[in-house]
Design a protein around this ligand. Structure first.
Ligand code: ADP
Ligand code: MG
Length: 215
């Protein structure tokens, strides 16, 4: 079966719901080592995407990702705005003019995460959202060329995202606002890693539901 951008309203709604139901937790995390606006920043992006969702469903994936990137670029403030815009614009560029399958998506996603690393001048282990995206991208790349069934790959992605998010608790922040706290940033999960994990889990939830409905 093929998953098309007609799925986007469901994906956007699922992301919106998970952010809303973890609102206090996310804000507390960003207040502890950031400036407390991370949730509001993301929600501004989600609202803008919701308003444009019917234009998005008419597109193919690379065009939809490009439009999402541009919408997020203008709607979200803060560090996370330009990083998420970069993620989607790079994903679009990498996937353009190719018939999309799991392996090509994994390749494109890896390139997109590389672009975010470049944009944020950050690597794994710096206590950012990249501590979720990097291990997920690496796993997807390996899994896509294996014989592991897609639902199993997706479930593992959720586990890896949770592990990556939790690992940020013991890291010292060396990028973004939290880096001003140096050693005092230890002991708190990074807000951007938390929302990345929540959004990935929400996306996987929708995908698994679609896959099981189609068999
Ligand atoms: P701001 O820090 O500008 O207020 P947000 O609060 O929306 O922006 O986002 C903060 C999150 O962005 C952090 O929790 C972290 O995960 C991520 N982040 C910040 N700087 C970087 C960077 N240079 N590279 C990767 N991620 C970053
Ligand atoms: Mg902030």
């Amino acid at each position: 079966m093929t998953l098309t951008p007609t799925l986007l309203p469901k994906l956007i709604a699922a992301i919106s719901e998970t952010l809303a139901s973890h609102a206090d937790e996310i804000t507390e995390l960003d207040q502890a080592i950031g400036d407390g606006d991370h949730l509001i920043n993301l929600q501004r992006g989600i609202k803008a995407l919701t308003e444009k969702q019917h234009e998005l469903t008419a597109l193919d994936w690379p065009s939809a990702w490009q439009k999402i990137g541009m919408i997020l670029m203008s709607a979200i403030g803060g560090a996370s705005g330009s990083l998420y815009a970069t993620l989607f614009l790079a994903l679009s560029k990498a996937a353009k003019d190719q018939a999309l399958n799991v392996q090509r998506f994994a390749d494109s996603f890896n390139l997109a995460v590389e672009a975010v690393k470049h944009r944020g001048k950050a690597e794994a282990g710096e206590k950012t959202l990249l501590d979720v995206y990097i291990p997920v991208a690496l796993y997807l790349n390996t899994a896509a060329t294996s014989s592991i069934p897609l639902p199993e790959i997706l479930n593992t992605v959720v586990t890896i995202a949770i592990t990556g998010m939790e690992a940020t608790r013991d890291m010292i922040a060396t990028k973004g606002r939290a880096s001003f706290l140096e050693q005092r940033s230890i002991g708190h999960i990074d807000a951007g890693a938390k929302t990345a994990q929540l959004m990935i889990s929400a996306i996987v939830g929708v995908l698994i539901e679609e896959l099981s409905a189609s068999v």
